[in-house]
Design a protein. Sequence first.
Length: 137
Amino acid sequence: MSAELALQKAVGDRLVASPEILGLVPEANILDRNERPNPRPSIVIGEGQSLDEGDSIARTLTRIYMDLHIWVEELGTETSKRIAGAIRTAVKTGNFPVSDGFHFADCRVRGTRFLRDPDGKTSHGIVTIDALVQEVA
């Protein structure tokens, strides 16, 4: 398994374990897919990037950036901001457990952006997660 996929699983598990998130987004609408339109409301695990941290010749530390896309049918951005806040709370609740040979040394919400979809009725939020992931034996 890759560090990126291990982080995706850990984040997905954390999202569906959060009563605050599930009060805003049904579990069936927390997805990993590339299709539009997405159900409203939804959280879609999106794009990512990983960089070798260059800490040692062992190359066991990877910095991973992961985008979560929030889709809500609303004229404003209130609900998408509530969902983003719930994601932030879920991520900072505590350390992710070691999983599939990876330790999540640090994980945080790096930033959030809110956009209005050109259709005039959809709010779109992008939450970027920044994680330092270490491969362990």
